[in-house]
Write a protein that binds this ligand. Sequence first.
Ligand code: SAH
Ligand code: SF4
Ligand code: F3S
Length: 439
Amino acid sequence: MSDVLAPLDVFQPPKPLRAKLITLGCQMNVYDSHILATELARIGYRETDQYDDADLVVVNTCAVREKPAEKLRSLLGLLNQQRKKRPMKIALAGCLMQLQGSEFQEKFHIDYVTGPGSITELPKLIQAGQGTSLEFIDSLADYVAPPQMSLAAHLTIIRGCDHACTYCIVPRTRGPQVSRPPEKILEEAYALRKAGVLEVTLLGQNVNAYGKDVPGYPSFAQVLRQIGKIFPRVRFLTNHPKDFTAEVIQAIAETPTVCRHLHLPVQSGSDQVLKDMNREYTAQQFIHAAQLARKALPGCSVTTDLIAGFPTETEEDFQATLALVDQVGFDASFTFIYSPRPGTPAGALPDLPQEVKTERLMRLIDQCKAWSLKRNQARVGQVLEVLVTDERKGDGTSQGYCRENIPVVVGEDLDPGIYQVQIGRAAPQLLFGAVLHDL
Ligand code: SAH
Ligand code: SF4
Ligand code: F3S
């Protein structure tokens, strides 16, 4: 081996490696993509927002419905076209890989594959030249992610899910529930605050279950109170109604920094369908919980997830869902058409005809939209605290969202930050207002 250095005139500084990250799926994946970016930076990759100069493209995938899987397939088709023109590595991470990693690896010639429990293994795979890692790495719960460069940040407090909703693939993709050690959560929270984060969203498939898997850990309500001391705004996502407790309502009521917004996914208003979904609550119990929250937390917005066209859902069951929507009057609703997931108990049942599912979804959307408009109209005239996160758009308007989690458009070019905004007009998913400047 020769140890001779290259002559100076031919010496080229190494070109920095560039990685383009694409995130499909929920906020848990957005948080995990931040960990992926951190790990890639450790081995010399800088993030780029373009495909053209990327040496590596990483897609963090989602398996919850068929749509994100279709999106991934078409994206990979395009990337493989690009790869014919110039060398580029592809890494796939996340939920869908936990189920179909090897299938995708073969079919689309993927270089590296990791699951949601092994994202920190990506550098090892890259250094090895290729490979797959789908174990659930214990140390992931201890991983303290460096601050996200944003006024609003995510903080995962619990990974996985111990529920067994019959339609849902998530427990198979993300494994059983693992609460992160409280001291790691606090360490990460203080670092975020120090970096200028104003709003933190505590994340988990079911944050209310926090601590139940480890004796001696605090309850979710206790975590909420602690984190509430650190940030001006705290929110949390998402909650299983069965685990939602009066203790949590109390913690929100007594911690002014915790936003008065509850995302309580109901899925259906029919007791039979709820039973078939294995949700472990009745429509009445849900309505009671929502009413309790609204009473204890004046102004609180209550939002939900709803599924139209579950295999056993009859027209009568669907009517019960519409009736529940009317009884609760959600501030915002995420409505989904049922998507059979192979390997789930419901996935083995005969699917309803597509046109029945679509027609129900349309009716559901109309009704939810009408309630969102009604709830938003009741906020006209109120002064709400709006967090503007985006850089100036330069078109004379700014967009942010209030504590109740409704997007708000302000007719003024604002720097990112928190503003008091008087609401002047409402649309179903949007409020419009003007900033109240200090006199
Ligand atoms: N852990 C969260 C849900 C995560 S998945 C919770 O229990 O609330 C987000 C939403 O996707 C669910 O609330 C549900 O409404 C929807 N969803 C999950 N599986 C689905 C499927 N197979 N078809 C259609 N929607 C689904
Ligand atoms: Fe899926 Fe149910 Fe767990 Fe939510 S609680 S992630 S819907 S199994
Ligand atoms: Fe989230 Fe999709 Fe996984 S919704 S938990 S990224 S299956």
